[in-house]
Design a binder for this molecule. Structure first.
Ligand SMILES: NC(=O)c1ccc[n+]([C@@H]2O[C@H](COP(=O)([O-])OP(=O)(O)OC[C@H]3O[C@@H](n4cnc5c(N)ncnc54)[C@H](OP(=O)(O)O)[C@@H]3O)[C@@H](O)[C@H]2O)c1
Length: 287
């Protein structure tokens, strides 16, 4: 049985640790804000007050943090690097392919192993064990760790490190673009006085429909973006990661630049921690 050091018990990390504990997998958890560890302590997790102390007790280190800066801060400090030799790092935060490759290189340089395993799906999918886990690793690493990753959902090997983080950014670009496109059409029909349900019935029967539209419809109609599973600030972070990578590759990103402006406007409305469907409030501002 592997022992897991889990670094980052935020919105996603906390229920992910709960799943490991429910499967009787021992976990030592670390989080910068200690209060977020209390529920996990009650559920049987060991708690570490420093990341290097969690790493030192583990076979495998999982990171579920905001961004690459946070990953570097916790994983690549001098104290943590001293503990990485012989251990496997499974990096599950959404970061860019370049960042993932750099962190891979730093881990390997001190004798550790590194897999990237970003996920599609949010808190309900974590709780149901139905995340799509995209893995960038060697075939040998995948063979060794895929049963373990099944605790979170369905792992798929996409290629070497950077293949999974690229795929994850490509999917999150779609979340941002589809939601922004839908919000604009919804705001338009509302302002034109068209019945929303009549619009939706036509949309649902067309090739233009995406299930995410109905998932976000009620929140947009109600203007209630509380209880975020995936906050606006993280979708903006991922949009920026995609823009930087895609622009450097010579892709025309002008459509997504508009989406970024919408997400920035939502943040300026104080909706950074609200559900990302709150971008509707920036598209369709109250007069
Ligand atoms: N929410 C989703 O639906 C979803 C889905 C798929 C992927 N993701 C990705 O998964 C990752 C985690 O997302 P989340 O929704 O769980 O975010 P979250 O609730 O904001 O949690 C972020 C975690 O990172 C920690 N952190 C941030 N900066 C840090 C720093 N400088 N040093 C130490 N710890 C730091 C936070 O610690 P504190 O508690 O101390 O702030 C917290 O544990 C992100 O990369 C996100 O894009 C999220």
């Amino acid at each position: 049985m592997v022992k897991v050091a889990f670094l980052g018990t935020g919105l996603m990390g906390e229920p992910m640790v709960q799943r490991l504990l429910a499967a009787q997998i021992p976990v030592v958890a670390y989080n910068r804000t200690a209060s977020k560890l209390e529920a996990l302590r009650v559920s049987g997790a060991e708690i570490a007050d420093l990341p290097e102390k969690a790493i030192a007790q583990s076979d495998c280190v999982i990171l579920m943090l905001t961004n690459a800066d946070a990953v570097r801060e916790l994983l690549l400090s001098e104290a943590s690097k001293q503990q990485l030799s012989g251990r496997t790092v499974i990096q599950m935060s959404t970061i860019s392919p370049q960042e993932s490759q750099e962190i891979h290189d730093a881990v390997v340089a001190v004798g550790g192993q590194y897999l990237e395993a970003p996920v599609l799906g949010s808190i309900p999918q974590v709780k149901a064990g139905e995340l799509q886990v995209m893995v960038g690793a060697s075939p040998e690493q995948f063979a060794k760790w895929s049963d373990f990753l099944k605790n979170f959902g369905s792992p798929v090997l996409l290629g070497a490190v950077s293949a999974a983080s690229s795929t994850k950014l490509a999917l999150n670009q779609l979340i941002a673009s589809l939601t922004t496109a839908f919000a604009l059409s919804l705001g338009f029909v509302q302002r034109q006085g068209v019945e929303v349900e009549a619009f939706m019935q036509i949309l649902r029967q067309s090739a233009l429909y995406a299930p995410t539209f109905d998932k976000k419809l009620q929140q947009m109609i109600d203007g209630n973006f509380a209880n975020a599973n995936f906050p606006t600030k993280h979708l903006l972070k991922d949009t920026n990661l995609f823009l930087n990578e895609a622009e450097a590759m010579g892709l025309n990103v002008s459509g997504l630049e508009g989406v970024r402006k919408v997400l920035e406007a939502a943040q300026q409305l104080g909706l950074a921690d609200a559900d990302y469907s709150s971008l509707f409030a920036a598209i369709n501002p109250q007069k």
